[in-house]
Design a protein. Structure first.
Length: 374
C-alpha cells in the first residue's frame, strides 16, 4: 500500500466568503479536526501546504489578474472595472480579507500534492478542487485553478499520459478548456445535467480527449457503479495513465443544498479507490460541497480509505462533538439526518438503475465504438 499524505493549512480556519455565501461554512478545518479526533495522522502524514509564489501562479494565471487579486486583497476593495474585468468582488466571488493568501495556499497545496504523488505517495489535498478558476478571471467561487497546477506539475515532470477525473456535481469547465486539447491529458467528468456552468454535454468530447457524462437528478449509487464499470474505468484503462488527478466535490452527495444528485459517500469512496488504483501516482482533491456534515464525513472517509484506516461504525464522542458543532444556513434543521452526527458512513441505498442511465451508457459506447473501451 502506498504511503498517504494529507495536505492542509490553518489558513482555512479563518473567516471567508462573508456571511451569506454558500462557502461560508466550516469545511477543510472540520476534516482535520475529525481526523485528529480519530487519531488518524501518523508521523509524517500531515503536510503543511506552502503558498504558491507569484512565479508559480503565473504558470497558469495572467500577471494582470494575479496583480488585480493581490491589490484588491491589500486595499479591501474592488471597483466596478475590476468586478467587470476579473470577476473579483461579485456576489459569486466576493472579496474578503486574506483571499489572496487563501487562494495561493490552495494552489501551493496542489503543487505539493503532485510532487508527493511523483515521489510515490497518494496525496490528499481537500482544500483543492477549484476547477472553475479562469486564467484571467474568478469564476464559480474559484479565484485560482489549483487542479490546473497539479496537472502542470505532473506534465512538467515529463509524464505524457495523465488522467483527470472530476466527480463534482458541477462540470469542470475551466480545467477542460485549459487541457482539453493537450494530447497528454484525458479528462472525465460525471456531473449533474442542466446545472451551472451548463457545459460538459455528452457530445463535448474535445476530439476524443474528454469523456463527459451529464447525469439526471437523483443520480444514485447503482447508476454511478454502472458508469464506472462500463464506461469510465475501461476508458481510463485504455489510456494507461501514469498519473491520476481526481476532484471529489462533496456536492454530489445526497443532502447537498446546491445539487440534486443522490449518492452516498460509500459509493464515492469506492469510486476513488478504483481510480487511484489505476496509476502509480495519484492526487486526490476536494472540490465543491455546501453541506458541512456530508462534506466532512465524505472527505474524512476518503482519508481513511487512502491511508488504510478502518472506519468505525460509531464515532467516538470527540468526533461527534466536532459534527454537532457545525451549522449551515442552507440546511434546515428538519433535514439534518441523525447519522450525520454519529458516523462517517452513509447507510446503503437500493435505488435501481433507471432507463435514462442505461441510455447514457449506451450512447457513449455507440459513439466511441467498442475499440475505445476494449
Amino acid at each position: 500500500m502506498r504511503r498517504a499524505a494529507f495536505i492542509g493549512h490553518e489558513v482555512y480556519r479563518r473567516a471567508a466568503y462573508g456571511n451569506l455565501h454558500p462557502l461560508a461554512i466550516a469545511r477543510v478545518e472540520t476534516v482535520v479536526d475529525l481526523c485528529r479526533a480519530l487519531d488518524w495522522f501518523g508521523e509524517g502524514e500531515y503536510h503543511v501546504s506552502p503558498k504558491a509564489t507569484g512565479r508559480e501562479l503565473a504558470a497558469f494565471h495572467s500577471p494582470d489578474y494575479i496583480a488585480a487579486l493581490r491589490r484588491a486583497d491589500e486595499t479591501g476593495r474592488a471597483d466596478a472595472e475590476v468586478r467587470e474585468r476579473y470577476g473579483i468582488g461579485t456576489m459569486e466571488n466576493p472579496l474578503f480579507r486574506g483571499i489572496f493568501e487563501r487562494a495561493s495556499t490552495s494552489v501551493g497545496g496542489s503543487i505539493r500534492a503532485a510532487r508527493l504523488a511523483l515521489a510515490g505517495s497518494v496525496a490528499f489535498h481537500p482544500a483543492g478542487g477549484t476547477h472553475h478558476g479562469r486564467p484571467s478571471r474568478a469564476s464559480g467561487f474559484c479565484f485560482f485553478n489549483d487542479p490546473a497546477f497539479a496537472l502542470l506539475e505532473l506534465l512538467g515532470a515529463g509524464l505524457d499520459r495523465i488522467l483527470y477525473v472530476d466527480l463534482d456535481a458541477h462540470h469542470c469547465d475551466a480545467v477542460q478548456d485549459a487541457f482539453g486539447t493537450d494530447e497528454r491529458v484525458r479528462l472525465v467528468s460525471i456531473h449533474e445535467q442542466d446545472r451551472w456552468p451548463h457545459t460538459g454535454g455528452l457530445d463535448d468530447t474535445c476530439a476524443g480527449h474528454a469523456l463527459n457524462l451529464p447525469v439526471p437528478k437523483g443520480f444514485n449509487d447503482a447508476e454511478l457503479s454502472l458508469l464506472l464499470e462500463d464506461v469510465v474505468l475501461p476508458f481510463a484503462a485504455q489510456w494507461r495513465p501514469q498519473a491520476v488527478v481526481i476532484t471529489c466535490g462533496a456536492d454530489a452527495l445526497a443532502g447537498d443544498p446546491l445539487a440534486r444528485t443522490a449518492l452516498t459517500n460509500v459509493a464515492l469512496w469506492n469510486a476513488v479507490d478504483s481510480l487511484v488504483a489505476l496509476s502509480p501516482a495519484a492526487v486526490v482533491l476536494g472540490g465543491g460541497g455546501y453541506n458541512p456534515w456530508t462534506l466532512a464525513r465524505y472527505w474524512t472517509g476518503i482519508w481513511a480509505r487512502l491511508s488504510g484506516r478502518e472506519i468505525p461504525p460509531v464515532l467516538p464522542q470527540q468526533a461527534r462533538d466536532v459534527l454537532s458543532g457545525l451549522s449551515c444556513d442552507l440546511v434546515d434543521d428538519e433535514d439534518l439526518r441523525p447519522e450525520w452526527l454519529v458516523t462517517l458512513t452513509d447507510p446503503p441505498t437500493h435505488a435501481p438503475v433507471r432507463a435514462e442511465l442505461v441510455a447514457l451508457r449506451d450512447a457513449v459506447l455507440e459513439r466511441a465504438g467498442a475499440a475505445a473501451f476494449a
